[in-house]
Design a protein around this ligand. Sequence first.
Ligand code: CTP
Length: 392
Amino acid sequence: MKKIIIGITGSIAIYKTCDLISQLKKKNYDIEVIMTENATRFINPLTFGSLIGKPVFTDDFDETGYQIKHIHIVENASCFIIVPATANIIAKIANGIADDPVSSAFLAATCPKIIAPAMNVHMYENTATQKNIEICRSYHIHFIEPAVGHLACGYEGKGHLAPLEDILEYIEYVTSEHPLKGKHVLVSAGPTQEALDPVRYITNHSSGKMGYAIAVAARNWGAHVTLISGPTNLKKPFGVDVIDVISANDMFERIKDFMDFQDYIIMSAAVGDYRPVSYSHHKIKKKDHEMVIQVEKNPDILAYLGQHKNRQTICGFAMETENVIDNARKKFTEKNCDLIVVNDLFEDGAGFQNDTNKVALITKHFVDYLHLMSKEELAYRIIDKLIKIKGE
Ligand code: CTP
């Protein structure tokens, strides 16, 4: 169980920390909470104590027990995050001041550290605060930038606590092992769109969720990740270079630009096999008779990668509706892959728009049938398999 220290300071955004802690509990972290005196004026420590099921550290000079609490509490922690962080706590940290439970424990901690600020826009943009943030960054402290919006003080601007999902993602990143440190991973995701005219295109139902989950997992494991993404509604993950493309040809060109220096290439995009032979620059008007759209083949990107690979370990996907394993094996051989992830579109919980997937992993000699799992969990399983195939 990974141990996380949550430092809480006196900002109105503190109410969001309750939800954050409850979500972290569900992810099975061992959580310790430390509050400044001002934070306890907003919310009673009892709230956080009830959420984590143990006492909250609020007093450096508490005489119960003879451990030096701010030293002891941070031992073996995987991460220390201050959320919400006021301008005051950032200034103290930048200057090594340790005069309250949060700043003393933060100074004593040697684990990765994160600060998630929340304050009035003018306080945030003040040169002093910005300088202090710069100083903290130079100490390798991560910052999760506040968002722009309507602030509790009545102002509009930057100062909102970052969305909880971003904070959770950041915590997952810093608390992960980094077996892919120094490695380059290229992931393709989403559908492609093949335009017919300025208003119509041919596409498929891919949501991009699987590819995005793989990009996030590779980033969490320390890789430098490039994500070549067809059109999706998904949020761009932080710390990943996202390159937007539309058509299969765009995707092919961008992948060729990046392929040479990759260690792993994962083709999870649902690349359209065909595109219209011609593109009409004006909207095609409806006719009284039937209309035929003539299409031509798109490049098979995965096959190209298989033919031109040198050091890259290559993973393809296959979505089948019949003869699932046989068809996937054929793709494995014909496209010269190191791994094929195959799913049966008709399996419950598998396929395009779901948050789960049920797949088999096909390597040269084995078929590994995996149970139904979230796309996030599967992403780690796929990367783990690729690391093993590469023999790292
Ligand atoms: N793929 C690709 N370029 C294409 C089509 C597919 O790179 N033009 C990749 C996909 O990203 C996936 C794998 O090939 O990793 C298999 O895709 P799939 O659509 O299942 O197979 P196809 O080769 O297109 O064969 P079919 O549609 O006949 O099953």
